[in-house]
Design a protein around this ligand. Structure first.
Ligand SMILES: *[C@@H]1O[C@H](CO)[C@@H](O)[C@H](O)[C@H]1NC(C)=O
Ligand SMILES: *[C@@H]1O[C@H](CO)[C@@H](O)[C@H](O)[C@H]1NC(C)=O
Ligand SMILES: *[C@@H]1O[C@H](CO)[C@@H](O)[C@H](O)[C@H]1NC(C)=O
Length: 337
């Protein structure tokens, strides 16, 4: 193995010798899986050898996960033979399907919004190590996207802060796909917001000044990727259909903000989050022409049937912004039962 060319030939020979010419193959039949919150989902993955082996070999199966925002990879499950171990938030919620030889599909029960992201199915056989990825998304009929601006005003959120405020509203940062679908359903918003891939975009259905002007066609406008720590924008959050109920608390008096929180507790529930109200508006048709406090200190109300004296003539969750906590309004409560 002296010359350059021969060196590579030698490596190739070594490789063949090492694995006896047997190749480990891993595949998934669905690179993207869509599901709804609370359901059980199966992420397909299987492996085999070429040519097929006469006797089965012991392999290690490892599933790991990185969130949509893609900044870390954590272990989900490790299995050797029929011994399985799950980790972290996935503990006792995931298992391998094992229906057929080589089947290493991952079953996740009671899927939550924070389970979305990219899953890696990795098969480790001695020195060989092959993997495929499967994206898990919640969407379709089960998703609602809403712009979020915090109390301190427009364009105040770095990307990590954007993630946090969405989570505080029982939501996640929306993906570009989700924003695009929301735009197709009529979302029109003139402030740019973070999306899960670190880009900043905004959806316009009615071109106008100053939202890019009249010259541009309707569409989702993108500023492209922005610096996650230095640049500040609003955010588009995504929430999915939810179990439980959201309701306007019937009461003779109106409440200041602290009384509102207390009133829901006294009703054996909790003050609703913004994500709860959007989900109830979209999926449960909540329609109420009374402004009510929400957990973040904003005041909003949901309209599915536009009518006189209930804001603009279109469906939507109307916002009064963040009034002084001394002001009196109704309250929306949420119960998971
Ligand atoms: C999900 O799977 C668990 C355990 O495998 C089962 O008890 C539960 O009924 C399933 N839930 C749904 C919604 O299918
Ligand atoms: C499903 O997960 C939610 C939290 O995401 C939890 O509140 C609920 O109790 C879980 N349901 C079951 C049947 O484990
Ligand atoms: C709300 O009203 C209560 C009295 O019912 C008062 O103690 C509290 O300070 C008020 N809080 C705010 C934020 O106005």
């Amino acid at each position: 193995c002296s010359s350059f060319t021969v060196f590579f030939v030698c490596l190739f020979v070594l490789h063949v010798v090492h694995f006896n010419g047997i190749k480990l193959r891993v595949e998934t039949t669905l690179p993207s899986v869509f599901t709804l919150r609370g359901s059980n989902v199966t992420l397909p993955c299987r492996f085999w050898y070429e040519p097929p082996l006469n006797s089965p070999r012991s392999v290690r199966v490892k599933w790991s996960w990185s969130p949509i925002t893609g900044d870390r990879e954590v272990d989900v499950l490790v299995a050797i033979g029929h011994h399985q171990r799950s980790f972290g938030d996935f503990k006792n919620r995931v298992y391998l399907q094992h229906d057929l030889p080589g089947d290493t599909a991952l079953v996740i029960t009671n899927v939550s919004m924070s389970d979305t992201g990219q899953y890696r199915c990795e098969i480790i056989d001695g020195l060989e190590d092959e993997s495929v990825t499967v994206d898990l998304e919640l969407r379709g009929a089960g998703s609602v996207v809403f712009p979020y601006q915090p109390q301190n005003g427009r364009y105040h959120l770095t990307f990590p802060e954007a993630r946090q405020v969405c989570e505080e509203q029982d939501a996640m940062v929306a993906t570009s796909d989700q924003l695009y679908m929301a735009w197709q359903e009529g979302l029109d918003w003139c402030n740019a917001g973070w999306l899960a891939d670190g880009t900043v975009q905004y959806p316009i259905n009615l071109p106008r000044y100053p939202c890019g002007g009249l010259g541009l066609a309707p569409g989702v406008r993108s500023y492209g990727p922005r610096h996650k720590h230095l640049h500040r924008y609003d955010v588009f959050c995504f929430s999915s259909s939810l179990r439980g109920r959201v309701y306007y608390l019937e009461h003779a008096q109106k409440f200041n903000f602290t009384e509102a929180i207390q009133a829901c507790i006294e009703d054996d529930t909790q003050i609703a989050k913004v994500g709860h109200l959007f989900a109830a508006w979209k999926f449960l048709g909540l329609d109420r022409c009374d402004a009510g406090w929400l957990a973040d200190g904003s005041v909003r109300y949901p309209i599915t049937t536009p009518r006189l004296n209930c804001g603009p003539h279109k469906r939507g969750v109307r916002s009064f912004g963040f009034p002084s906590p001394y002001y009196k309004y109704g309250v929306y409560c949420y119960s998971s039962r």
